[in-house]
Design a protein around this ligand. Structure first.
Ligand code: VGL
Ligand code: ZN
Length: 198
């Protein structure tokens, strides 16, 4: 029986140096991801996978990136166009050992709703299916690595706790975008929710 799943979040070209929404030092997580994947019982890769013209893109609103807008489900940060379906930016980083994946979960595919979490879209109710898949496989513990600490890693960790999984985040295997102290805030929120930092 598989107990623990390694969830590798959004290690895609657009989140690495040179990409459209580059996370500082983002490619530094790859060695940690590969090392952990080599021994993991179950490997889940997530892939941010937006249609062109997505509501989370600043360009869609004719606004500058990194501001916010109010959408039906709440405040949405506006990002540069990134991880557009089928583009090189949306591909996994070539150094990531993506062949090790048991499951690949694509998220952010609904043009009207962003999806930071690997479990639910940002409306907090539309599931991706990952929770059911992990439950059916008997997984009870999640180990998270990838990008970005303060967005997709954080929301995946919090939803994982909400669904009843034990969740830990490997500090050396994540990097953040850090808008206005959002990395420190993310670690605090995750700790509050019972996420283990290790
Ligand atoms: C992410 C912003 C927008 C992430 C994805 O992977 O953390 N951040 N889309
Ligand atoms: Zn995105």
């Amino acid at each position: 029986m598989i107990r623990e799943a390694l969830v590798v979040i959004d290690v895609q070209n657009d989140f690495c140096p040179g990409g459209a929404l580059a996370v500082p030092d983002g490619d530094a997580v790859i060695a940690v991801c590969n090392a952990r994947m080599a021994t993991a019982d179950l490997v889940v890769l997530t892939q941010d996978w937006h249609p062109a013209g997505h509501q989370s893109f600043a360009s869609t609103h004719g606004l500058a990136p990194f501001g916010t807008v109010e959408l039906a489900y709440g405040t949405q940060v506006l990002w540069p166009d990134h991880c557009v379906q089928g583009t090189a930016g949306a591909a996994f980083h070539p150094a990531l050992d993506a062949d090790r994946a048991n499951l690949v979960i694509r998220k952010g595919t609904n043009p009207a709703i962003d999806s930071y979490s690997a479990f639910f879209e940002n409306d907090q109710t539309t599931p991706t299916g990952l929770g059911g898949a992990l439950r059916e496989l008997g997984v009870t513990e999640l180990v998270l690595v990838g990008l970005a600490t303060d967005y997709c890693v954080k929301y995946t960790a919090l939803d994982g706790r909400r669904l009843g999984f034990a969740v830990s985040v490997l500090e050396g295997g994540v990097r953040g975008i850090d808008l206005n102290g959002s990395v420190a805030a993310a670690w605090a929120e995750m700790a509050e929710a019972g996420v283990v930092r290790r």
